[in-house]
Design a protein around this ligand. Structure first.
Ligand code: 5GP
Length: 123
């Protein structure tokens, strides 16, 4: 059986979820919290995180319930519409693990928009 890195409850997004560190919240429901990225790469750059303790996209898709997965992706779509980037479009990014460039080990979806974005995978 494959192994996934253990969840670290001291990661920065866990602290944000517990209210120990502030964030600029844009949306919250029973499944997710969404807030502005501290170092935005686009005019709109929001992070959507599940309330459950999942390390990464890999961990989330292996262990989360169908309700958690649906709750997260419904929220991503709703937030993009609320922020008025659904038209003319936006990008979601989920960096996973070392090769994916993931820095914070709590699963998160980046929503980036507000301008025409460059091509993917620049390096
Ligand atoms: P990753 O590279 O893990 O996919 O993305 C982590 C993201 O979290 C980065 O875009 C980074 O700017 C953002 N970030 C890191 N620390 C904080 C923080 O304390 N608050 C907020 N709002 N964003 C953070």
């Amino acid at each position: 059986m494959r192994s996934v890195m253990a969840y670290d409850p001291q990661n920065i997004f866990a602290k944000i979820l517990r209210g120990e560190i502030p964030c600029t919240k844009v949306f919250e429901n029973e499944w997710v919290l969404a807030f502005h990225d501290i170092a935005p790469q686009a005019p709109v750059h929001v992070l959507v995180i599940p309330k459950g303790a999942y390390v990464s996209q890999d961990d989330f898709t292996a262990k989360a319930t169908d309700a958690e997965i649906a709750g997260l992706w419904r929220a991503v779509g709703q937030i993009a519409r609320d922020l008025e980037v659904a038209e003319p479009g936006y990008r979601t990014v989920q960096n996973t693990g070392t090769n994916g460039g993931q820095e914070v080990p709590h699963f998160h979806v980046h929503i980036c928009g507000g301008r025409r974005l460059g091509r993917m995978i620049p390096e």
